[in-house]
Design a protein around this ligand. Sequence first.
Ligand SMILES: [Zn+2]
Length: 318
Amino acid sequence: MGLCAPINFGIMRYALLFAVFALLAGSPSAAQGPNPALPYRVPVLEYHLIGEKNTRWGRSVEGFRSDLQLLYDRGYRPITVAQLIDRRFDIPAGTSPVVFTFDDASPSQFQYIEKNGTLEIDPRSAVGIWLAFSRAHPDWGTRATFCLLSGAEAGRSFFGDKGIEGQKGEWRMRKVRFLADQGFELCNHTLWHAALNKYPDDKVQEQVARGVLAIDSAVAGYRVRTFALPLGLWPRNRALAQAGAWTDPKGGRVTRYRFDAVLEVTGAFGGTPFGPGFNPLSIPRFQVIGDNLKGLLDTVEKARFVPSRATSARGGTR
Ligand SMILES: [Zn+2]
């Protein structure tokens, strides 16, 4: 009998501790962790041109603004592709990740206006709209993935050159550096958007490697982790989309590349599976056309991914 009281007290103490843990586990932040029974989705959105009106490959300025607002209001916050594959979410607790990708490096994504010798970012370009939105909503941040062309026709070379749409060639490197400095991700989309299924292995590797080289010439030492397939077309030797090497015939310099993520152009669901079936080397994307984003979010809603405190607290940007 003499031992009963302390033993009972011990049991009660453990019961109390258990109750506290159960309460904590039932708190909103812990309850938001992934449920393995659900096929969690992280929407990976794809944009091309930003312009006056909605088209097959273009989103209107007003439409793009409303996309940001819609996502913000529904509790999404942007991360990069690199953050997605690392499962590294530096977004506020209780919010869900969304990935924005911009393909082709057109001036409408990042345009300068020259005023009295100084350069201002066009407030109607994607970057201008984005920065204004994140000033008004500081927890929106500056995380998106820009899949760049460095030598494409029609001035789509690092957001415009040759005076196309008023963009000077000498502004190109500055734009790419600015994006990296802000924490946006630089992604490769080849040199000039070659349909990689049509070319022999050496040409495929040249297209990809020269895209990487160009990014390196803008931001020395930048590790390009993400590659977007032009037109969603795989090279015949599929492995070359992820890794390869090219020897510059002028001087013999060898450029090697190895990506951690490969982006498709479309996807059956339009969101990224976040679970056992997730393949970072074939990430489907959802093209935002007209006002189709709302429908996607309605579909994602039940399976949207809300990181637990443990996965969202790691932070980091690149
Ligand atoms: Zn493209």
